[in-house]
Design a protein around this ligand. Structure first.
Ligand code: FAD
Length: 502
């Protein structure tokens, strides 16, 4: 019997590959697991993926990264949420925050009290009762202060970062901790004749890299999962119709927002992501509704600074692989699936795949089927929940262009239809253990896009009107004061984590 370490081969060195390599370097005993990463400089990486979720901070903490060093290395800024412009109706604006609305008032949740007061015409807009939103819209940022009784602690934060620099940073970090990098283009994949498992990959140089298990991080090519094992992509484009994007950097704007902006357009939507050295921009669109040339012109006409390059076109199809773990291959990142970047969920999905893989990693080359079965179950939950949340943004809209006419009348997955009905009638949002998104996220998008419940949780009826009005007014003032006390985001970053000029 072979007593050597378990050979884990990561195929691909984009964000997914190097995140996985870094986690392996941090958490796997090198005496038991030998980890190598194969990547091809000639092929390169997708190079987008600049907006993240607060879970990325957990991932960095899990690795033990220093926040300031990480932010300087990736030209990062802070992100308190996403501003949605023209979603719902033209002229509307709302922020999906990384934080909660209000504070506990009585037996029901804050949102139910707000619905009751709102429907009686006695509440300010929901978004005024959320510290990270009020601070973000004034371009202010501070770290949570750790005081559970202070509204200035009721939020989490994420980062905007340069995707190239992040992969490069993690590469340095992982290589310094023993991950072996193999440069070369994979031209052939060898399978075991009996099990069908992947046995080795062969590079253009002729070098063969053999392994016990493989992580496919090869991007949209899906070299092992899709091309070699034939694991099909479950196509979700009937619900998420955008299939193209153009990305372009522009010079840093004075409007250094601690949030991502998503502006709805006739054939899709445009992102704006402020970094320390530049602003990232892109137009995500349905190619059935606009030509590439028109999309590029729209994107360039709507930048708030001079473009630093020509727009770059990317093509994709919404969906996920039917299995996230098949044979001895786990698919992560774009090789495993892609749901458009409207809620910045892809890097989060990589992170979840890494954590679940580490939990379920077999102790030796023999893989008990119970391990992939559980991995596939949890990854399905993750994907399904994000899919439903993304679709909600599409259907709760004015049908003011052909794309939007189609999506606002489409059939939605049953799982989403039930969520919408429960929200409309009783302000109910299920809080679940696994997967994104929590009740404040659903509440933000529903209300932000014009879906306000007919009635709230009956427990919220118990507080007398005058007491409810007083509590809401007090909270409104406290949040406004708290936000005004936070420094400007630009000043905070310049002081806390100034990145060197590129
Ligand atoms: P890639 O970066 O494509 O890396 C693939 C790797 O595989 C490369 O190293 C390549 O060299 C290697 N490779 C491929 N074939 C071979 C071969 N034959 N031999 C050797 N090596 C090979 N995510 C977010 O979280 N937030 C966002 O804001 C966001 N915005 C996005 C916007 C767009 C338009 C798109 C398309 C994606 C966005 N994403 C976003 C997703 C994010 O970019 C990816 O999830 C992330 O970058 C991971 O990519 P990857 O590592 O899977 O693939």
């Amino acid at each position: 019997m072979d007593e050597g370490p378990f050979n884990l081969i990561i195929v691909g060195g984009g964000t997914a590959g190097w995140m996985c390599a870094a986690a392996c370097a941090a958490k796997l005993d090198p005496a038991l697991y030998r980890v190598r990463l194969v990547e091809s400089e000639e092929i390169g990486t997708v190079g987008v993926g600049e907006a993240t979720l607060p879970q990325m901070k957990d991932f960095n903490d899990f690795l033990g990264l220093d926040e300031v060093e990480f932010m300087q290395a990736t030209q990062a800024s802070f992100k308190l949420g996403i501003e949605f412009v023209n979603w719902g109706r033209q002229g509307d604006r709302y922020v999906h925050p990384f934080g909660t609305f209000g504070r506990p008032i009585g037996e029901a949740d804050f949102f139910s009290y707000w619905v009751r007061a709102h429907n009686a015409g006695q509440a300010a807009p929901l978004f005024d009762y959320c510290f990270p939103i009020v601070a973000a819209l004034q371009n202010r940022f501070m770290l949570p202060n750790g005081d559970a009784n202070d509204v200035r602690n009721a939020f989490a934060y994420a980062y905007h970062l340069d995707a190239f620099l992040y992969a490069r940073y993690l590469r340095r970090w992982a290589e310094a901790r023993g991950i072996e990098r193999v440069e070369g283009r994979i031209v052939d994949v060898e399978r075991d004749g009996q099990t069908g498992n992947i046995a080795a990959v062969t590079l253009a140089s002729g070098t063969k890299v053999a392994g016990d298990m493989f992580v496919d991080c090869s991007g949209f090519r899906s070299l092992l999962m899709g091309q070699t094992l034939g694991v099909a992509l479950e196509d979700w484009s009937r619900w998420l119709p955008c299939d193209s994007a153009q990305a372009v950097p522009s010079v840093r704007s004075p409007d250094f927002t601690p949030y991502t902006r998503s502006t709805r357009r006739p054939a899709g939507w445009q992102w704006r992501i402020p970094l320390q050295h530049r602003t990232g921009n892109g137009y995500v669109y349905s190619s059935a509704d606009i030509s590439d040339d028109e999309a590029a012109a729209t994107l360039l006409a709507n930048l708030d600074g001079e473009a630093l390059a020509e727009p770059r076109v990317l093509r994709f199809k919404a969906g996920k692989r039917e299995k996230a773990w098949a044979h001895n291959v786990v698919g992560m990142g774009l090789a495993g699936g892609f749901l458009e970047p409207l809620e910045s969920t892809s890097i989060y999905l990589v992170q979840m795949a890494i954590m679940h893989m580490l939990t379920l990693l077999p102790p030796g080359p023999a893989i008990d089927p119970a391990l992939p079965a559980e991995f596939n179950r949890v990854m399905d939950v993750e994907y399904d929940r994000i899919r439903d949340f993304l679709i909600l943004h599409y259907i709760a809209n004015d049908a003011d262009a052909p794309l939007w006419e189609r999506v606002t009348t489409m059939d939605v997955p049953d799982s989403l239809a039930g969520k919408i009905d429960r929200f409309r009638h009783r302000a109910h949002v299920q809080a679940y253990r696994d997967g994104l998104f929590g009740p404040p996220s659903w509440q933000a998008v529903f209300v932000g896009q014009g879906v306000v419940p007919e009635a709230a949780d009956r427990l919220a009826d118990m507080l007398p009107d005058d007491q409810l009005a007083e509590r809401l007014a007090g909270l409104h003032a406290t949040i406004a004061r708290g936000a005004a006390s936070a420094p400007l985001h630009a000043d905070f970053v310049a002081h806390y984590c100034p990145a060197p000029a590129p």
